[in-house]
Design a protein. Structure first.
Length: 348
């Protein structure tokens, strides 16, 4: 009787190319149009799957989209003009690298090199494409008040929150994982450089079966529980709008709302009624889109006054003695203090 030998992921190396069904879809030998079409199909499938999950986890979002109207139109435009190009571009790069490492004569470097290339390109492409598309949206669709400066200023905070799946850019981020998974699994299995590290991993029989199946196909399942304590963005948006109209236009809210308004010195020194126009325009602002309002809180906007861009933002604080930033229950006006700040774009 032959004793069973402990499984090592590097044992897959000679067989990785033959056993991977993914190679049928992605090969450097196939026509370019076919390769692009398959990448597009995978990207659409991943984008729609993660997008449905995001809608289900966002309270009130599904109802707002079901109502149709401008909200649905802006949402579909954002997904089509921003989401799909970003997801497709990054997936194309990763799937191409995956196809390259299946050809030993083409990929003459250790496969760990291609993992590094993929990570670097993702880190560059994801923010760069967002910045480019945001600027184009400002020019073509008058998003961000038509201001390129506003468009660029929201890229960093938007992407910072995308990693936590807190805005729609998080959908795009995780939709690109469909191309990273086969690339990394294949690269780790073939890499001589990563071999010593992989050998130290506590690989058990269950993992052996999982890796073997993964080399053939990549089934994905996810059990995600909704967050019941997540504040409702529609409630926060209504309260922020009510406070902004109270502070800027003197319109009384339906319920008491605590807060204060702050205008920067540069705006006050503008003179000739400029500040009054800026405050009024802030109170009347009603153009909220996924690009400038990713969380749906209605807490940021930009207006044009005499050719000058003016920003406004609402920050939420805990309404206690120490005035702590970050309200614990932002949808509760009794415990939340709002601060509306109006400033010139150049003061941001």
């Amino acid at each position: 009787m032959v004793p069973k030998r402990r499984f090592n992921i590097l044992d897959l190396k000679p067989y990785m190319c033959q056993r991977s069904n993914m190679q049928r879809f992605f090969s450097v030998d196939m026509p370019g149009v076919q390769f692009v079409s398959i990448v597009l199909a995978f990207s659409l499938a991943a984008l729609l799957a993660v997008l449905c999950l995001y809608i289900l986890l966002s309270p009130g979002f599904a109802a707002a989209l079901a109502a149709g109207g401008p909200s649905l139109a802006r949402f579909l435009r954002q997904v089509t003009t921003n989401g799909l190009p970003v997801v497709f571009a990054i997936n194309y790069v990763s799937f191409f690298l995956f196809a390259v490492i299946q050809k030993p004569k083409v990929a003459r470097r250790d496969t760990a090199f291609f993992v590094l290339v993929d990570i670097l390109l993702r880190a560059i492409l994801f923010p760069s494409l967002h910045a480019l598309i945001y600027v184009l949206s400002a020019d073509w669709f008058e998003s961000f008040g038509g201001s390129r400066a506003t468009a660029l200023s929201v890229v960093a905070p938007t992407l910072a929150r995308s990693a936590f799946f807190e805005n729609i850019s998080g959908v795009y981020l995780y939709a690109t994982m469909i191309s990273a998974l086969p690339l990394y699994v294949s690269a780790f299995g073939q890499s001589e450089f990563l071999g010593p590290t992989v050998r130290r991993l506590p690989i058990k029989a269950g993992f052996e079966k999982g890796v073997s199946n993964l080399s053939k196909e990549i089934p994905m399942s996810m059990n995600v529980q909704p967050q019941p304590d997540r504040p409702d963005p529609t409630v926060i948006a209504v309260q922020n709008d009510a406070f902004r109209k109270l502070a800027c236009l003197g319109v009384p809210p339906a319920q008491p709302i605590q807060g204060r308004m702050h205008v920067t010195r540069a705006l006050m020194e503008a003179g000739d009624g400029f500040m009054a126009e800026a405050v009024k325009a802030t109170g009347e602002f009603a153009t909220f889109e996924p690009e400038n309002d990713p969380e749906g809180w209605h807490d940021f906007g930009a207006v044009e006054i005499r050719g000058e861009t003016v920003f406004w933002k609402i920050d939420l604080y805990e309404a206690d003695s120490d005035f702590r930033y970050g309200a614990e229950t932002p949808d509760n006006p009794a415990t939340t203090m709002r601060v509306l700040t109006i400033m010139l774009a150049r003061d941001w």
